[in-house]
Design a protein around this ligand. Structure first.
Ligand SMILES: Nc1ncnc2c1ncn2[C@@H]1O[C@H](COP(=O)(O)OP(=O)(O)OP(=O)(O)O)[C@@H](O)[C@H]1O
Ligand SMILES: [Mg+2]
Length: 258
């Protein structure tokens, strides 16, 4: 199947531990269960999405690093990890790209160049590691849309403003038009009084944009421990319900926005 309108969604913000990987793999699997063809692109040297999907990498396994370095071809480096769900894995070698790309001309476009000709996916979810790395700038250049996970807490809200400012500066400098798709609130606990205040603040700053909420659910941590998605682990859990709802909203949003 040839699909020229692949949505390439960068799950990003510079802050660590806010639910980027959790969203990439569980939203990705929820979309795959809706019969969308989904590729999870792991761009984090920690390889959390790779491990979280139960995929093992050894020295011979092609990864995002070998693809960017031209050692393996992208089509041959993608693994099928579930029905309709595919993975371009990562491991610590991805960190080498920071120094190896640093002196290269057009280094911000290395990922986009390596992915040229990649077809057949409805959605590509780019799971980025924390920090303003060269790899993350590459993700920004390659994506069509950016989805920002926000963990309830003042720190992360401030981090989001910095990220949006940095994104705009990079887009302007490189003359690219990656769209700010919106935000997903993670670890939402409505029993906390602060929650409603932060939710309404964020909702208003993302007005007109995509906005979703995922409740706090310890099953997400357990699923990760077993290298499973929430749908493998417990498809009736709160998080499974929320990520399915989010998948429906994402599909609807792109239908409206295309
Ligand atoms: N809705 C949620 N409820 C409970 N725990 C959650 C939720 N979302 C994420 N977590 C937990 O929070 C921790 C961090 O999540 P995750 O690994 O997705 O963050 P990250 O942004 O990808 O981190 P990093 O920046 O290190 O890549 C994990 O232990 C995960 O299980
Ligand atoms: Mg992560």
């Amino acid at each position: 199947m040839i699909n020229n309108s692949t949505k390439k969604i960068m799950i990003g913000v510079f802050k660590g531990g806010v639910g980027k990987t959790t969203t990439a793999i569980n939203l990705g699997h929820a979309l795959a269960l809706r019969r969308k063809r989904v590729l999870i692109m792991d761009l984090d040297p920690q390889g959390n999405a790779t491990r979280g999907l139960g995929y093992e990498v050894n020295e011979l396994t092609p990864t995002v690093y070998t693809v960017i370095k031209g050692i393996s071809r992208v089509q041959e480096s993608i693994a099928r990890v579930r029905e309709n769900l595919f993975l371009l894995p990562s491991n610590r070698t991805t960190a080498l790209l920071e120094t190896e790309l640093a002196g290269e001309f057009g280094r911000e476009k290395a990922l986009a160049r390596a992915m040229k000709g990649l077809e057949g996916f409805d959605y590509i979810m780019l799971d980025c590691g924390p920090g303003s790395t060269i790899v993350n700038v590459n993700a920004l250049v390659y994506s069509t849309d950016i989805l920002i996970p926000i963990e309830i807490g003042v720190d992360s809200v401030e981090g989001v403003d910095d990220f949006i400012k940095a994104k705009e500066a990079i887009c302007q400098k490189l003359e690219i038009e990656t769209r700010l798709m919106g935000a997903v609130m993670t670890k939402v606990d409505r029993r906390l009084t602060l929650t409603e205040t932060i939710l309404s603040h964020c909702k208003s700053s993302f007005e007109g944009k995509f906005f979703a909420q995922i409740r706090t659910d310890t099953n997400l941590g357990h699923a990760r421990g077993y290298h499973q998605t929430i749908f493998d682990y417990d498809k009736n859990s709160r998080a499974a319900v929320d990520y399915q709802k989010m998948a429906d909203e994402v599909i609807k949003w792109f239908r409206r926005e295309k």
